[in-house]
Design a protein around this ligand. Structure first.
Ligand code: PLP
Length: 386
């Protein structure tokens, strides 16, 4: 029997309605044309489909479609935002502020900028995982050009107050970038009122395909960034490369769908997540990592006391969950996010991220609790014997 999938924060299956829309862009009877072909119907139809998708993505964040720049995912969007904005503002200053708990796609892009001479301040989050606006305020300098803080953390689901952080950036004339890969389609995002200049998005965390995303770039006041991929001048010169019609149409359809179901889907997911937490808590000596309320509906990051973290995940073949973030789970280092929140190595090692999503059923939750319960009993008894 397949393991119970509780790793929706790593990626989601593609919704059947999204698959249907994507398939219509591939074959000879579909919209296979190059959206940049201006001389015939095949190109025009593909371009129409891409622009419809752009409007669907823009609508979900209340932006202008002209503010959406297609990318291959949130990793590329983060690179384009951070390197592009830093390079465009290099004459104004070389200081950038971010958090130690960001995704590696932000941390490693900032590392590359550091090697090119930028001065990067990485702040620790509060012990509940949230970025502290007062700490960001205190870190702002004359030569600060950019602040980057994620909307919600991929490991803990903890939600940051991006409205407050954006307001203090705006007061200082500093650009504000937000990695919203985890929140798109899960939390309402309204860029008409949010003081955010650049926002990274991706499709495969909201039941769209992998390999596609977007960077929101504010038009008023106009934010200037430098392109990182040069070529045919697609996307107003900001990101060259033939547009992947099927990917973009899938992304657009996934956004439209999430916009429709968000209000009913998120409470349902949260009820299942809370049921899972109640079941795990009953097993004893378990601790919730991250803020109890300022948290995405589907996330549950738990530290298990009294077990060897290295053995924990291998003892759970019946459930698909992750230790640390999926991107770094190949290494045995404890999660940099949990460490930044002040967890000691032992507890950080013995932590797992469960994430619930669209196709999770109540039976999955009961099964997962049983599986974890049996594994814990085995591991904890084993620890007493040895
Ligand atoms: C998944 C994720 C990314 C990477 O997105 P890709 O589209 O897979 O490149 C970046 N940031 C956060 C917070 C994520 O959850």
């Amino acid at each position: 029997m397949n393991p119970v999938y509780l790793d929706y924060a790593a990626t989601t299956p593609v919704d059947p309605k999204v698959i249907e829309a994507m398939v219509g862009c591939l074959g000879q009877d579909g919209l296979f044309g190059n959206p940049a072909s201006r001389s015939h119907l095949y190109g025009w139809l593909a371009e129409d489909a891409v622009e419809t998708a752009r409007r669907q993505v823009a609508d979900l964040i209340h932006a202008d479609p002209r503010e959406v720049v297609w990318t291959s995912g949130a990793t590329e969007a983060n690179n384009l935002a951070l390197k592009g904005a830093a390079q465009a503002r290099r004459a104004q200053g070389r200081h950038i502020i971010s958090m130690a708990s960001e995704h590696k796609a932000v941390l490693d892009a900032l590392g590359a900028l550091a090697r090119e001479g930028w001065d990067i301040t990485l702040l620790a989050p509060l012990s509940d995982g949230r970025a502290d606006p007062a700490a960001i305020q205190a870190a702002l300098r004359e030569d600060t050009v950019l602040v980057s803080v994620m909307h919600a953390n991929n490991e803990t689901g903890v939600i940051n107050d991006i409205a407050a952080i954006g307001a203090l950036c705006r007061a200082q004339g500093v650009l504000f970038h937000v990695d919203a890969a985890q929140t798109l389609g899960k939390l309402p995002i309204d860029l008409r009122t949010l003081p955010v200049d650049l926002m990274s998005l991706c499709a495969h965390k909201l039941y769209g395909p992998k390999g596609v995303g977007a960077l929101y770039v504010r038009r008023a006041p106009g934010v200037r960034i430098e392109a990182q991929i040069h070529g045919g001048g697609h996307e107003r010169g900001l990101r060259s490369g033939t547009l992947a019609t099927h990917q973009l149409v899938g992304f657009g359809a996934a956004c439209a769908l999430s916009g429709e179901v968000m209000q009913t889907e998120q409470p349902r997911i949260q009820a299942l997540r809370d049921q899972l937490w109640a079941g795990l808590q009953a097993l004893g000596n378990v601790h919730l990592n991250g803020h109890p309320d300022a948290r995405l509906a589907g996330h549950l990051n738990v530290a298990f006391g009294g077990v060897d973290g290295e053995l924990l995940l291998t003892a759970l073949p019946g459930i698909a969950v992750s230790s640390g973030s999926a991107c770094t789970s190949a290494s045995l280092d404890p999660s940099h996010v949990l460490k930044a929140m002040g967890l000691d190595d032992t507890l950080a090692h013995a932590s797992l991220r469960f994430s619930v999503g669209r196709y999770t059923a109540e039976a999955d939750i009961r099964k997962a609790v049983d599986i974890v319960g049996e594994a814990l009993q085995r591991l904890r008894n084993g620890a007493q014997v040895s």
